[in-house]
Design a protein around this ligand. Structure first.
Ligand SMILES: NC(=O)c1ccc[n+]([C@@H]2O[C@H](COP(=O)([O-])OP(=O)(O)OC[C@H]3O[C@@H](n4cnc5c(N)ncnc54)[C@H](O)[C@@H]3O)[C@@H](O)[C@H]2O)c1
Length: 372
């Protein structure tokens, strides 16, 4: 493969684009970023200077319609994803999109179907599928280490918005504040819900869940003032899988702890695995395992083959996990290896999120899949 062959246009030059996406693309010699776009023109220009990107613009349509661009990377606020992803697919581009594609599983499914019909590759920002520890765990699961899975426990929690003065983004300040809005469940929950599906290898049969607004008044970036924000800043649900396994999932951005805050545990008839993706004492993550005849959990070293070029467990999780995600997407585009973590997986995750919300609103177990 000639170096720099896959040409990428990035939409959004904010914190996550600069901290994870752009460093990921630039670490892989098989691609090159040809354009950066932000509706804030100066932010795009500054980002182009910082990362030596040849073209900066505030016109996303111009980037999406460029004939020399193969991949559109969407790192914009969540409410813009569906419009941008649909436009990119319509223009015949492969798409990497931050989660969620849309807050409604039907729209996510529609985008997945469009991509399939056009033989285009898609990938969602399910960052934690690509941690070296989680990938190692998946290999162990596939080799039969856990045996029949019994129980999955997933957590995505940290204290990012415990302080009400920390400006809140990705929220709609004009929403009806008498009704709690889904927030942590979707923005934090999606990647660990994805892991609950990927590791156990079965669909949910039904879910029951609840959510809570713990901190009522917050500083909101879009308005620049303290205001009532009735958002879910903590939630819990139970799931029963079609294969008989059980799951519990807990997400929150007001629970004390460091980033990113994932813990995934799988217990089965032959063994158990605990992955802890929480930056602590200079390490990005740990993986521990136990078996019925050695019940004390021992830490396993993550084999070097799960790390991206030049990566180690002492690197920031942001660039480390994203480098793996982007390398995997390039494998899918260039070598046509089977897709994973794509819009179809995104639609499954969104179905689960929408079902947990319905369960909370109607105070009942909700069967899955939801009505198409
Ligand atoms: N996967 C993960 O672990 C993870 C982590 C952090 C953020 N995210 C997601 O990444 C996305 C971006 O988050 P962020 O923290 O970088 O936000 P941000 O607000 O810092 O950056 C978003 C940028 O997009 C720009 N923008 C808005 N509309 C645009 C458009 N139509 N075209 C081009 N640019 C546009 C904004 O001006 C802003 O600069 C969000 O969806 C967020 O949920 C994912």
């Amino acid at each position: 493969m000639k170096s720099g062959t896959i040409r990428v246009g990035v939409l959004g030059a904010g914190a996550w684009a600069q901290g994870a996406h752009i460093p990921g693309w630039q670490r892989d010699p098989r691609c090159t970023i040809v354009a950066i776009c932000d509706v804030e023109r100066e932010r795009a220009a500054e980002c182009a200077r910082r990362f030596t990107i040849p073209h900066a613009t505030d016109d996303w349509q111009a980037v999406v319609s460029r004939p020399d661009v193969d991949v559109i990377d969407i790192v914009t606020p969540s409410h813009t994803h569906y419009e941008l992803a649909t436009a990119a697919l319509d223009a015949g581009k492969h798409v990497l999109c931050e989660k969620p594609v849309a807050s409604n599983f039907r729209e996510t499914r529609k985008a997945a179907e469009t991509a399939k019909a056009k033989s285009l590759k898609t990938k969602l920002g399910f960052t934690f599928r690509y941690s070296p520890g989680v990938r190692y765990a998946k290999e162990l699961i596939d080799q039969g280490f856990v045996g029949t899975p019994f129980i999955f426990n997933g957590y995505e929690q940290n204290s990012q918005w415990l302080d009400p003065q920390t400006p809140l983004r990705q929220v709609n300040p004009d929403a009806d504040q008498s009704v709690i809005q889904v927030s942590s469940l979707e923005n934090y929950g999606a990647p660990v819900i994805d892991l609950s599906h990927w590791w156990v290898g079965a669909d949910y049969a039904q879910v029951v869940g609840t959510m809570r607004n713990f901190i009522p008044q917050r500083m909101v970036r879009a308005t620049g003032r303290m205001m009532r924000m009735n958002i879910d800043d903590g939630d819990l649900y139970l799931a029963e899988y079609t294969n008989g396994a059980l799951a519990s999932i807990q997400t929150s951005f007001v629970t004390v702890g460091n980033y990113p805050g994932i813990e995934a545990r799988l217990y089965g008839e032959k063994g158990a695995i605990i992955c802890r993706l929480i930056e602590e004492f200079g390490k990005a993550e740990t993986i521990k395992i136990a078996t019925p005849d050695a019940v004390e959990f021992v830490e396993r070293e993550i084999p070097a083959r799960f790390y991206p070029r030049g990566g180690s467990n002492n690197e920031s999780w942001r660039s480390l996990f994203y480098a793996n995600l982007i390398a995997n997407f390039l494998d899918e585009i260039i070598d046509d290896v089977p897709s994973q973590g794509d819009f179809t997986d995104g639609a499954w995750v969104q179905d689960a999120i929408n079902a947990v919300e319905l369960s909370f609103r109607e105070r009942r177990w909700v069967p899955l899949p939801l009505e198409r």
